[in-house]
Write a protein of this length. Structure first.
Length: 218
Protein backbone atom coordinates (compact mmCIF):
# COMPACT_ATOMS: atom_id res chain seq x y z
CA UNK A 1 0.00 0.00 0.00
CA UNK A 2 1.40 3.40 -0.92
CA UNK A 3 0.16 6.90 -0.24
CA UNK A 4 -3.24 7.33 1.33
CA UNK A 5 -5.00 4.77 -0.87
CA UNK A 6 -7.03 2.34 1.26
CA UNK A 7 -6.00 4.07 4.47
CA UNK A 8 -8.72 4.64 7.04
CA UNK A 9 -8.89 8.31 7.99
CA UNK A 10 -11.05 9.95 10.64
CA UNK A 11 -12.02 13.60 10.33
CA UNK A 12 -12.60 14.95 13.83
CA UNK A 13 -15.22 17.64 13.29
CA UNK A 14 -15.93 17.25 9.58
CA UNK A 15 -18.88 19.43 8.65
CA UNK A 16 -17.14 22.74 7.93
CA UNK A 17 -15.82 23.76 4.49
CA UNK A 18 -12.43 22.41 5.55
CA UNK A 19 -14.00 19.07 6.40
CA UNK A 20 -15.78 18.94 3.05
CA UNK A 21 -12.55 19.66 1.16
CA UNK A 22 -10.60 17.10 3.18
CA UNK A 23 -13.26 14.41 2.76
CA UNK A 24 -13.38 14.96 -1.00
CA UNK A 25 -9.58 14.97 -1.39
CA UNK A 26 -9.23 11.81 0.67
CA UNK A 27 -11.96 9.96 -1.23
CA UNK A 28 -10.47 11.08 -4.55
CA UNK A 29 -7.14 9.64 -3.39
CA UNK A 30 -8.74 6.30 -2.48
CA UNK A 31 -8.91 6.62 1.31
CA UNK A 32 -11.76 5.37 3.48
CA UNK A 33 -13.17 8.34 5.34
CA UNK A 34 -15.05 8.49 8.63
CA UNK A 35 -16.54 11.94 9.13
CA UNK A 36 -17.53 12.89 12.67
CA UNK A 37 -19.68 15.74 13.89
CA UNK A 38 -22.35 16.63 16.41
CA UNK A 39 -25.06 17.67 13.94
CA UNK A 40 -26.85 14.87 12.07
CA UNK A 41 -28.24 17.17 9.37
CA UNK A 42 -24.77 18.55 8.58
CA UNK A 43 -23.29 15.04 8.48
CA UNK A 44 -26.03 13.88 6.10
CA UNK A 45 -25.39 16.88 3.85
CA UNK A 46 -21.67 16.04 3.84
CA UNK A 47 -22.38 12.42 2.95
CA UNK A 48 -24.60 13.59 0.07
CA UNK A 49 -21.78 15.82 -1.18
CA UNK A 50 -19.06 13.17 -0.83
CA UNK A 51 -20.59 9.76 -1.57
CA UNK A 52 -18.83 6.79 -0.03
CA UNK A 53 -17.82 8.28 3.31
CA UNK A 54 -19.04 6.98 6.65
CA UNK A 55 -20.47 9.39 9.19
CA UNK A 56 -20.57 9.19 12.96
CA UNK A 57 -22.63 11.45 15.20
CA UNK A 58 -20.56 12.11 18.31
CA UNK A 59 -19.71 14.89 20.72
CA UNK A 60 -15.94 14.71 20.78
CA UNK A 61 -15.80 16.46 24.17
CA UNK A 62 -17.53 13.41 25.66
CA UNK A 63 -14.71 11.09 26.72
CA UNK A 64 -16.85 7.95 26.98
CA UNK A 65 -18.47 8.63 23.61
CA UNK A 66 -15.06 9.00 21.95
CA UNK A 67 -13.81 5.76 23.53
CA UNK A 68 -16.97 4.04 22.28
CA UNK A 69 -16.43 5.54 18.81
CA UNK A 70 -12.87 4.17 18.68
CA UNK A 71 -14.04 0.68 19.61
CA UNK A 72 -16.90 0.77 17.14
CA UNK A 73 -14.77 2.08 14.24
CA UNK A 74 -12.10 -0.53 14.95
CA UNK A 75 -14.68 -3.32 14.88
CA UNK A 76 -16.82 -2.17 11.97
CA UNK A 77 -14.30 -0.53 9.63
CA UNK A 78 -10.83 -1.19 11.01
CA UNK A 79 -8.05 0.55 12.91
CA UNK A 80 -7.53 4.10 11.70
CA UNK A 81 -4.37 5.22 9.95
CA UNK A 82 -5.01 8.93 10.10
CA UNK A 83 -6.75 11.73 11.95
CA UNK A 84 -7.32 15.31 10.87
CA UNK A 85 -8.51 17.34 13.82
CA UNK A 86 -10.74 20.21 12.75
CA UNK A 87 -12.74 21.11 15.87
CA UNK A 88 -11.99 24.78 16.42
CA UNK A 89 -14.02 27.85 17.15
CA UNK A 90 -13.03 31.49 17.50
CA UNK A 91 -13.70 34.11 20.16
CA UNK A 92 -12.15 37.52 20.64
CA UNK A 93 -12.46 39.95 23.53
CA UNK A 94 -11.55 43.55 24.25
CA UNK A 95 -7.99 43.38 25.56
CA UNK A 96 -6.84 41.23 28.46
CA UNK A 97 -9.82 42.18 30.71
CA UNK A 98 -12.10 40.98 27.91
CA UNK A 99 -10.73 37.42 27.88
CA UNK A 100 -13.75 35.87 29.59
CA UNK A 101 -14.08 32.43 31.13
CA UNK A 102 -17.18 31.88 29.01
CA UNK A 103 -15.10 32.32 25.87
CA UNK A 104 -12.26 30.24 27.32
CA UNK A 105 -14.61 27.36 28.10
CA UNK A 106 -16.02 27.46 24.56
CA UNK A 107 -12.57 27.52 22.95
CA UNK A 108 -11.16 24.83 25.22
CA UNK A 109 -13.61 22.29 23.80
CA UNK A 110 -11.30 22.11 20.78
CA UNK A 111 -8.37 21.06 22.96
CA UNK A 112 -10.52 18.64 24.93
CA UNK A 113 -11.71 17.01 21.72
CA UNK A 114 -8.12 16.74 20.46
CA UNK A 115 -7.01 15.09 23.70
CA UNK A 116 -9.90 12.63 23.66
CA UNK A 117 -9.58 11.65 20.00
CA UNK A 118 -5.81 11.32 19.90
CA UNK A 119 -5.79 9.34 23.15
CA UNK A 120 -8.55 6.94 22.11
CA UNK A 121 -7.08 6.30 18.65
CA UNK A 122 -3.41 6.39 19.70
CA UNK A 123 -3.04 2.57 19.64
CA UNK A 124 -4.37 2.52 16.06
CA UNK A 125 -1.98 5.24 14.88
CA UNK A 126 0.97 3.51 16.52
CA UNK A 127 0.05 0.11 15.04
CA UNK A 128 -0.51 1.51 11.55
CA UNK A 129 2.29 1.13 9.00
CA UNK A 130 1.72 4.82 8.26
CA UNK A 131 -0.05 6.66 11.08
CA UNK A 132 -0.63 10.37 10.58
CA UNK A 133 -2.31 12.98 12.80
CA UNK A 134 -2.61 16.65 11.96
CA UNK A 135 -4.13 19.68 13.64
CA UNK A 136 -4.91 23.10 12.23
CA UNK A 137 -3.46 25.74 14.51
CA UNK A 138 -3.25 29.49 14.17
CA UNK A 139 -0.21 31.60 13.41
CA UNK A 140 -1.31 33.58 16.50
CA UNK A 141 -0.31 30.64 18.72
CA UNK A 142 3.29 31.82 18.49
CA UNK A 143 2.45 35.53 18.18
CA UNK A 144 -0.50 36.18 20.48
CA UNK A 145 -2.49 39.41 20.54
CA UNK A 146 -4.20 40.89 23.62
CA UNK A 147 -7.64 40.65 22.00
CA UNK A 148 -7.31 36.94 21.20
CA UNK A 149 -5.32 35.77 24.24
CA UNK A 150 -7.80 33.00 25.07
CA UNK A 151 -7.84 31.73 21.51
CA UNK A 152 -4.07 31.84 21.03
CA UNK A 153 -3.47 30.14 24.36
CA UNK A 154 -5.78 27.25 23.47
CA UNK A 155 -4.07 26.92 20.09
CA UNK A 156 -0.63 26.96 21.75
CA UNK A 157 -1.83 24.21 24.09
CA UNK A 158 -3.06 22.18 21.13
CA UNK A 159 0.37 22.58 19.55
CA UNK A 160 2.01 21.40 22.79
CA UNK A 161 -0.28 18.35 22.90
CA UNK A 162 0.57 17.57 19.27
CA UNK A 163 4.28 17.89 20.00
CA UNK A 164 3.77 15.44 22.86
CA UNK A 165 2.04 13.05 20.45
CA UNK A 166 5.07 13.38 18.20
CA UNK A 167 7.24 12.40 21.15
CA UNK A 168 5.02 9.37 21.67
CA UNK A 169 5.19 8.41 18.02
CA UNK A 170 8.99 8.76 18.00
CA UNK A 171 9.15 6.32 20.90
CA UNK A 172 6.33 3.92 19.98
CA UNK A 173 6.23 4.01 16.16
CA UNK A 174 9.58 5.32 14.93
CA UNK A 175 9.76 5.75 11.15
CA UNK A 176 6.03 4.97 10.88
CA UNK A 177 3.84 7.59 12.57
CA UNK A 178 3.89 11.37 12.43
CA UNK A 179 2.09 14.18 14.25
CA UNK A 180 2.01 17.40 12.27
CA UNK A 181 0.88 20.98 12.89
CA UNK A 182 -0.55 23.10 10.11
CA UNK A 183 -0.94 26.77 11.00
CA UNK A 184 -2.95 29.41 9.19
CA UNK A 185 -3.81 33.01 9.77
CA UNK A 186 -7.21 32.51 8.16
CA UNK A 187 -8.46 29.24 6.70
CA UNK A 188 -10.84 30.94 4.28
CA UNK A 189 -9.72 30.05 0.76
CA UNK A 190 -7.10 27.59 2.04
CA UNK A 191 -9.41 24.61 2.57
CA UNK A 192 -8.23 22.91 -0.63
CA UNK A 193 -4.58 23.54 0.21
CA UNK A 194 -5.05 22.07 3.67
CA UNK A 195 -6.81 19.03 2.20
CA UNK A 196 -4.09 18.29 -0.33
CA UNK A 197 -1.28 18.89 2.19
CA UNK A 198 -3.00 16.45 4.55
CA UNK A 199 -3.33 13.81 1.80
CA UNK A 200 0.34 14.35 0.92
CA UNK A 201 1.38 13.38 4.46
CA UNK A 202 1.19 9.76 3.29
CA UNK A 203 3.72 10.44 0.53
CA UNK A 204 6.31 11.85 2.89
CA UNK A 205 8.77 10.27 5.28
CA UNK A 206 7.30 9.85 8.78
CA UNK A 207 10.49 10.63 10.66
CA UNK A 208 10.94 13.86 8.71
CA UNK A 209 7.32 14.87 9.16
CA UNK A 210 7.01 14.01 12.83
CA UNK A 211 6.85 17.12 15.06
CA UNK A 212 6.93 19.46 12.06
CA UNK A 213 4.96 22.73 11.79
CA UNK A 214 3.87 24.12 8.45
CA UNK A 215 2.43 27.59 7.94
CA UNK A 216 -0.05 27.55 5.06
CA UNK A 217 -0.72 30.74 3.14
CA UNK A 218 -2.32 31.74 -0.13
N1 LIG B 1 -11.50 29.39 10.16
C1 LIG B 1 -10.31 30.00 10.25
O1 LIG B 1 -10.04 31.07 9.67
C2 LIG B 1 -9.22 29.35 11.06
C3 LIG B 1 -8.04 30.06 11.39
C4 LIG B 1 -7.05 29.42 12.11
C5 LIG B 1 -7.23 28.09 12.53
N2 LIG B 1 -8.39 27.45 12.21
C6 LIG B 1 -8.58 26.09 12.68
O2 LIG B 1 -8.85 25.23 11.60
C7 LIG B 1 -9.69 24.17 12.05
C8 LIG B 1 -10.88 24.05 11.14
O3 LIG B 1 -11.52 25.31 11.12
P1 LIG B 1 -13.08 25.45 10.84
O4 LIG B 1 -13.35 26.90 10.76
O5 LIG B 1 -13.44 24.57 9.74
O6 LIG B 1 -13.57 24.87 12.27
P2 LIG B 1 -14.98 24.88 12.99
O7 LIG B 1 -15.84 25.92 12.41
O8 LIG B 1 -14.68 24.92 14.43
O9 LIG B 1 -15.62 23.50 12.62
C9 LIG B 1 -14.98 22.27 12.65
C10 LIG B 1 -15.97 21.17 12.82
O10 LIG B 1 -15.95 20.73 14.19
C11 LIG B 1 -17.28 20.40 14.56
N3 LIG B 1 -17.38 20.38 16.01
C12 LIG B 1 -17.29 21.42 16.87
N4 LIG B 1 -17.39 20.97 18.14
C13 LIG B 1 -17.56 19.62 18.07
C14 LIG B 1 -17.72 18.60 19.03
N5 LIG B 1 -17.75 18.86 20.35
N6 LIG B 1 -17.88 17.32 18.62
C15 LIG B 1 -17.86 17.03 17.30
N7 LIG B 1 -17.71 17.95 16.34
C16 LIG B 1 -17.55 19.24 16.72
C17 LIG B 1 -18.08 21.47 13.88
O11 LIG B 1 -19.42 21.14 13.89
P3 LIG B 1 -20.58 22.19 14.30
O12 LIG B 1 -20.94 22.85 13.03
O13 LIG B 1 -21.63 21.34 14.85
O14 LIG B 1 -20.00 23.16 15.30
C18 LIG B 1 -17.43 21.45 12.51
O15 LIG B 1 -17.88 20.34 11.78
C19 LIG B 1 -10.05 24.51 13.50
O16 LIG B 1 -9.22 23.83 14.38
C20 LIG B 1 -9.79 25.99 13.58
O17 LIG B 1 -9.50 26.46 14.87
C21 LIG B 1 -9.38 28.04 11.50
Amino acid sequence: MTGVTDRIVLLAGATSDAGLAAAQALVDAGARVIATGRDRAKLDALADSVPGISTELVDLTDEAAVDELATQVRESIGPVDGILHLVGGFRRGDGIPGQSDVDWDALATSLTALRHVSRAFYPDLVASPAGRLAIVSSTSATKPHRNTANYSTVKAAAEAWTAALASGFAADAPERAAAVIFAVSSLAGLEGTLASRFVDLWSEDAATLNASRHVLSA
